[in-house]
Design a protein around this ligand. Structure first.
Ligand SMILES: *Cc1c(COP(=O)(O)O)cnc(C)c1O
Length: 236
């Protein structure tokens, strides 16, 4: 399959999932996660019409972004170390791995210095897994008032990576849990919190059925990725 065919296939599956759930496909953005794939692969997808891309490491993203057309838009999907915030802020329009108050403060303070207003998704460890990044739901509710006081951060909503599962339908309860938490935070804060960054290659259709507004799809769009590179990004 060509890049254009893979893109059409994924877009079609998103539209089908929307149809099943009675949603408008325009409510769901597709983030093409290009980590580990070379600039040439990104360029092919861009030529097929995909302009929104995601990377999970600042070091890898920096030269890739520089090598590609400026009209592409980039999100950081992975864990961000505080000492990389200053380098990362000018590269990405959104950050999906904001998983602690300390990181949020660092982003807010540095964004103020640089004159930026980054969009962020708060990462939630929905299943309370020991090995995963993200706020525990109760900790996020406790941190919420302070997060709302950070005017530099445009908080879009929540992001989660559910526990690995054989059957993508097993992820459904975690997507529902993320949506419930989002609704509760929106109510507690009296704010609208529209974004739900959830769904990857294996489970994006289930995520769309459960309200995802942004799916992060890598391998299904780009083809296979080497195991060793894949294994170290979800755990601390
Ligand atoms: C790698 C990655 C993805 C994409 O994963 P695929 O299974 O290749 O679709 C999505 N989100 C995050 C946070 C990732 O690190």
């Amino acid at each position: 399959m060509t890049a254009a065919e893979r893109l059409a296939e994924i877009t079609g599956r998103i539209a089908e999932a929307c149809r099943r759930a009675g949603r408008d496909p325009r409510e769901v953005e597709l983030l093409a996660v290009s980590k580990t794939f070379p600039p040439a692969a990104v360029r092919e997808l861009a030529e097929a019409g995909q302009l929104l891309f995601g990377e999970n490491r600042v070091q890898e993203a920096e030269p890739k972004i520089a090598a590609l057309p400026a009209r592409l838009r980039w999100h950081l999907v992975g864990h961000l170390q505080r000492n990389k915030v200053r380098r990362a802020l000018p590269l990405f329009e959104a950050f999906h791995g904001v998983d602690s108050l300390r990181l949020a403060r660092e982003l807010a303070d540095t964004a103020a210095e640089l004159g930026l207003f980054p969009r962020i998704y708060l990462e939630v460890n929905v299943a309370g897994e020991e090995t995963k990044f993200g706020f525990r739901p109760a900790d996020l509710r406790a941190a919420w008032p302070e997060l709302l006081e950070m005017p530099r951060l445009e908080i879009q909503g929540l992001m989660a990576i559910p526990p690995p599962a054989e059957d993508p339908r097993d992820a459904r309860r975690w997507f529902v849990a993320l949506q419930d938490l989002r609704d509760r935070l929106a109510q507690d804060g009296g704010v609208s919190l529209p974004g739900l960054s959830m769904g990857m290659s294996a489970d994006f259709e289930v995520a769309v059925e459960e309200g995802s507004t942004l799916v992060r799809v890598g391998t299904a769009l780009f083809g296979g990725r080497r195991r060793a590179e894949e294994s170290d990004e979800l755990a601390p």
